[in-house]
Design a protein around this ligand. Structure first.
Ligand code: GLA
Length: 384
């Protein structure tokens, strides 16, 4: 956790509102493998990281609540009665959405002030939105003693995203951000919403993220479209979700769906299988096998599920040219953001400079490269 960030958020809150706040940290996440499987009731393999959102929050005696986004220096004041999403809202809708979804559960939220900031690069596919939602619901639960469990909280965060942001996301991001465990990744079953932790120590290899620094528009509508294709094919197969279907089942309706949609469903079925294989590879310390699964995941996301973009594909191609990178793939929803790369530690520095240069030459744009530590999930920040 970043002490400078925590102090900035806390001191800015105190300067504005003259009371000691409750402080909460909620992390972003990476995902080793299992993309677009969560809303198909499938498996994913995320981990919380040491970058995230810090909030300072406290009760207010006023008849309105205020939220202040420190990084943007923007503020919103709102009444708790009749909350609605803002048509032009961005971060505001995450906060309004969480409040509204808590109210929908017949819990009473009083007026409050909140100030937040973070260090997750925006648009990186590292779930700054889930981190913000989780930190807000966690903070409100704390100051108003709402009695919500962490499971209740992630469902509230997810609903806020569905109803106030308009993205029909699965549960991976909110879960990983809330339940992360230091040095572990979580093999999460998105149907039971239960996970098994795997300690991640790749010895002489490590995971690094390379951010394309692009986020193509229309990603939200493309996301929702993918989800409805999956649901309609599950319906045709008479199963609850694609998690319940096999490639063989899918074959039986091949002539009833377009080839594009067939490939999308096939991707989901295969990716789900790859997640389980990846967990076995980690157990067996077989990093080559893990790396091949990661490359195969990208191939499916690019060619079957069609959620990649030329910048992500280029970074994965660069990784493939280097035999010390065992696997690379786009991470998160797609259409921009980061690739995740499994690389030999001794080669990281030279790969970083090579890839930065070739990316710059190709797109006239800088990529950013990060190492992350796997961290604990959402919680109170204790300070004196
Ligand atoms: C976004 C969503 C998640 C998940 C990923 C793709 O991050 O919020 O629920 O679907 O995309 O795996």
């Amino acid at each position: 956790m970043n002490t400078a960030l925590i102090n900035t958020i806390k001191n800015s809150f105190i300067a504005k509102f003259q009371i000691e706040p409750v402080m909460v940290f909620s992390p972003g996440r990476i995902n080793i493998i299992g993309e677009h499987t969560d809303y198909n009731d499938g498996f994913v393999f995320p981990a919380a990281v040491n970058k995230g959102i810090v909030i300072a929050i406290g009760k207010s005696d006023s008849s309105i609540s205020t939220a202040f986004a420190f990084d943007k220096q923007e503020t919103i004041a709102f009444s708790l009665k009749n909350i609605k999403p803002l048509a032009q809202g961005s971060w505001q809708n995450y906060i309004l959405g969480v409040v509204a979804e808590i109210q929908n559960r017949s819990k009473i939220v009083g007026n409050f002030n909140i100030l937040f900031g973070g260090n997750i690069p925006s648009g990186a596919g590292m779930s700054s939105s889930a981190a913000l939602e989780n930190s807000v619901v966690f903070g409100l639960n704390e100051i108003f003693n709402l009695g919500l469990s962490k499971h209740d909280m992630i469902l509230i965060s997810q609903k806020a995203e569905h109803n106030y942001v308009g993205v029909k996301c699965g549960i991976m991001d909110q879960y990983a951000s809330m339940f992360g465990i230091e040095n572990n990744a979580l093999l999460l079953d998105c149907r039971t919403v239960k996970s098994k932790p795997f300690e991640i120590d790749f010895k002489n290899h490590e995971l690094i993220l390379i951010n394309t620094n692009v986020k193509h528009s229309l990603s939200d509508s493309a996301y929702n479209d993918r989800r409805s294709v999956c649901e309609s094919i599950a319906g045709m197969l008479n199963v609850k979700a694609l998690r319940d279907a096999t490639e063989y089942d899918l074959e039986s309706i091949k002539d009833k769906v377009t080839d594009e949609n067939y490939q999308k469903a096939l991707y989901v079925i295969q990716e789900n299988d790859r997640v389980i294989k990846a967990s076995k590879a980690i157990e067996n310390r077989d990093l080559k096998a893990l790396g091949s699964l990661i490359y195969a995941s990208h191939d499916g996301l690019q060619n079957q599920y069609k959620v990649s973009c030329k910048e992500l594909d280029f970074l994965v191609e660069q990784a493939k040219l280097n035999s010390h990178v065992l696997g690379a793939r786009m991470m998160g929803g797609g259409f921009g953001g980061c690739t995740i790369n499994l690389i030999a530690k001794t080669e990281t520095e030279s790969f970083k400079s090579q890839v930065s240069e070739s990316y710059k030459n190709k797109f006239n744009l800088n990529c950013s490269i990060y190492s992350v530590e796997l961290s604990n999930g959402t919680g109170l920040i204790k300070y004196n």
